[in-house]
Design a protein around this ligand. Sequence first.
Ligand code: PMP
Length: 319
Amino acid sequence: MLDANENPFETHLNEHLQELNRYPDPHFEALREAIAHYRSVLPEQIFLGNGSDEAIDLLIRMCCIPGKDRILITPPTYGMYQVSADIHGIETIKIPLKPDFSLETKAIIEKRDEASIIFLCSPNNPTANLLEQGDILRIMDGYHGIVVVDEAYMDFSPGDSLLPFLGKYPNLVILQTLSKAFGLAGIRLGMAFGSPEIIRILMAIKPPYNINSITQWRALQAFKEPEIIQQNIKTILQNRSKLIEDLSSLPMVKKIHSSAANFLLVQFDDALSYYKKLAAQGIIVRYRGDQLHCENCLRITVGTAIENQKLTDTLRILS
Ligand code: PMP
């Protein structure tokens, strides 16, 4: 191995992870195989990014010419679609969700030909609801651009992934991540599933060694122990039920939106003041009252039973 100007002296992180002096596998073959097996897709339908955020960035670079092309998003939704578009000089068409957080399907279909990519998020962040599969399929049908469905939170939801539709819709790209249900946000691993043609382009335009050896090794371990992930998901869903029950009894809580994710969108009588008071007590939640249809809302991640109890106890004292 005298081709890559590597250092011949090895650094061992532990006995299982050797050869950190070598560059990682740029095609992440072993990891792709493991994910293909876990999600019942083909390895050539999988792209891996440094978080889904890298996949979002590369999809925009792949499909859009700065100053000319546009993407379509459905606010309120995950912020990185807009951020990435802005960075690339790509204009954003916004078709807001209805007040019940469902898609304005007809309006999207009327506008879709002006956009190169449509980003949909299901379950959506910050509203926590699943989008109707039928709506997504209608948006994809006859559309010449790419529909990206971000399923970052799908493992927490009772809904079905769109992965089985990959074969039928060559313009569908699905994003998933190890940052949520797998509890591995720190290793930065995002997945994009799509047609082999799209995946080939993403692989060609990515930085060569975008998934480091430590991440590839740790992710492989995770796919070997799916029962741990399933148990964690179960616990988080139980904790979510208890958190909903406890929050419901608080006088300042006006509404808890139904959730298909590991967080709750909660309407308060005065969200900003409770956001600040919680922060002063060392409890950090996300203020979302500035987003469309989210007036006076905080987005609260479901934590451990102890963390959730501390949150509700603190709110009770503040009431
Ligand atoms: N998509 C959605 C909907 C998210 O909420 C997030 C993180 N908050 C991401 C993607 C980012 O995922 P990753 O950590 O894989 O970059």
